[in-house]
Design a protein around this ligand. Structure first.
Ligand SMILES: [Zn+2]
Length: 240
């Protein structure tokens, strides 16, 4: 039995590697999380991927119009100790100006957020998103880029100049290069924005087909993976 996926009733191979050890840990977490989820919000599992996506965009509409829901954060603390059932996952940039819970007007417990400068898929980030979907029940994953992204712009600059950025920042460039490099073949004033979109779309495609968990859930209609970027100037989240 797969410790990660036993809640799905499927079997996946594991090995006596770091991945295997990770799976065992996830199995224990899965049992706890599922028990907590059942106690906390039993109705959430009925939500569809399309409804989850619509809920994100409606929240962004409230944020943009300045009509965000009023929240008493202290009121939900006791319930949140019993478990979590986030309806959506966000793979977003580490940029301090792009805060998913604010941009989508969601409360604690609603979003499962993975952030890394440049919002691209890393092995650990992928494991987190798999956990969110297979164990916690997220119905949609949104890869969220944004305008004026320093990580994207740094990658564009490094590829254009052929230079190497210091320290581990170079690793960011190396990871983002496959998605962004093709954009450089068509120069123009909107190059950096096109690179933002290309980076989002490449990571959406990867998550949609990533085996064994996310790709299978997408194929079964249990999960949607979508791409969008956040416009810093307006607050709008624009699907791409
Ligand atoms: Zn960024």
């Amino acid at each position: 039995m797969c410790n990660v996926c036993r809640s799905l009733g499927t079997t996946h191979p594991t090995g006596a590697t770091r991945r295997g050890l990770f799976s065992v840990g996830m199995g224990a977490l899965a049992a706890t999380a599922l028990a907590g989820q059942a106690r906390a919000q039993p109705a959430r599992s009925a939500e569809t991927p399309d409804a989850a996506f619509a809920r994100l965009m409606e929240g962004n509409g409230r944020y943009v119009s300045g009509k965000m829901n009023e929240r008493d954060f202290s009121a939900g603390r006791a319930a949140r100790t019993q478990g979590q059932a986030p309806f959506a996952a966000i793979l977003g940039c580490a940029d301090s100006r792009v805060a998913p819970e604010l941009a989508f007007d969601q409360a604690p417990g609603e979003l499962f957020v993975v952030r890394v400068a440049g919002n691209f898929v890393t092995p650990d980030g992928l494991g987190s998103l798999e956990y969110g979907a297979a164990v916690l029940g997220t119905k949609v994953i949104m890869v969220l880029g944004h305008t004026s992204c320093g990580a994207v712009n740094a990658t564009v600059g490094a590829l254009q100049k052929g230079n190497t950025l210091p320290g581990h920042i170079a690793d960011l460039v190396r990871s983002m290069k496959p998605a962004i490099e093709p954009v450089l073949k068509t120069p123009g004033p909107d190059l950096e924005q096109r690179a933002v979109v290309a980076n989002v779309q490449a990571n959406v495609r990867r998550l949609q087909t990533e085996k064994p968990i996310l790709g299978d859930m997408v194929a079964a209609g249990k999960l949607r993976v979508v791409g969008a970027y956040y416009d810093l100037a307006t607050g709008n989240v624009i699907p791409v």
